[in-house]
Ligand binder design. Structure first.
Ligand SMILES: [Zn+2]
Ligand SMILES: [Zn+2]
Length: 296
């Protein structure tokens, strides 16, 4: 692993198979290479039983196609960028056996665990209790997800705030957040710092800074991911995310390959992504990049 230690991966990307993203893993690989990443984890939404929000994920029948797409990208881009198979797996109590079985079907290198409050299954169970109770339930589920032992990292770990932005007051929910973080810290599972939050109604990354400070005090590792549903968003906000991590007391950023965590000093990670920016102005300008070159 020594050769990889100073390098960084884009850790959260999707494909057209999830029905709300564009691009093939190869399109994401091309942008990741252009933007100075060592590797790319493809983490499309996992297949769930037939009636579980089928409109936003691949079906069971498409699972093999997903594996083929990622494998193909890995082959084509070998030697240029390290493309790896991951998955973003939905967590709700009762689906543990489904996930346990699914995660054995392929050589997943990184497994994100996600509590998605916008899926009907979550809303039916937890949505009727009022905004604050729903927020509290969300953070309990996050801890429960970590305790299953199924996941390496918990995605966008305060995404509940975007369900009812008018009802989101961090100070009101902080006790629940801290209790969840205590439980997560005991498992060793990482938290994601998801940069896509800055494009949402509450325009900040997920999780919010106070939660990162509390996570740092509990020595919970953090993985940065763009949650790119479009190749153009690969690496979006990574430098800001590294700055935020530092402000919250972190000196390392992490990623998983082969389900093993690597910690990269932030100073080294920053240098690396800056060393090959697509424009002289650096990564802040990524959204203005010209189209990436076509690759045979
Ligand atoms: Zn998605
Ligand atoms: Zn997600």
């Amino acid at each position: 692993m020594s050769g990889l230690k100073s390098l960084l991966y884009e850790t959260h990307t999707h494909t057209t198979l999830c029905r709300h993203a564009v691009g093939d893993p190869q399109d994401y690989a091309a942008v990741a290479l252009q933007r100075g990443f060592q590797g790319l984890l493809v983490t499309c939404h996992n297949p769930m039983p037939a009636r579980y929000s089928p409109s936003i994920r691949m079906s069971v029948a498409e699972f093999d196609e997903y594996l083929r797409l990622v494998f193909r990208a890995r082959q084509v881009w070998r030697g240029r960028i390290d493309v790896r198979l991951g998955i973003e797996a939905d967590y709700l109590p009762g689906y543990e056996c489904w996930l346990e079985h699914q995660l054995q079907l392929a050589d997943f290198q990184y497994v994100l665990g996600s509590v998605h409050p916008h899926v009907p299954e979550f809303r039916q169970r937890y949505g009727g209790a009022g905004a604050v109770e729903t927020q509290r339930a969300y953070f309990r589920l996050l801890a429960q997800a970590a305790e299953t032992g199924l996941f390496d990292c918990l995605s966008h770990p305060d995404v509940i705030k975007n369900e009812r932005p008018d009802e989101w007051l961090p100070e009101r929910i902080m006790d629940d957040v801290c209790q969840a973080l205590d439980r997560i810290a005991a498992t060793g599972v990482a938290l994601e710092l998801n940069t896509s939050g800055k494009h949402k109604e509450i325009a900040e990354m997920n999780p919010f800074p106070q939660m990162l400070v509390e996570a740092r005090q509990r020595k919970i590792p953090v993985v940065v991911g763009a949650d790119a549903h479009d190749p153009e968003r690969v690496g979006d906000g990574f430098l800001q995310a590294l700055d935020l991590l530092e402000q919250c007391g972190y000196d390392c950023v992490s990623y998983f390959v082969n389900r093993v965590r690597t910690d990269v000093p932030i100073a080294v990670a920053r240098k690396r992504v800056q060393s090959r920016p697509a424009t002289p102005a650096g990564i802040a300008q990524w959204s203005a990049d010209p189209p990436w070159p076509a690759v045979a």
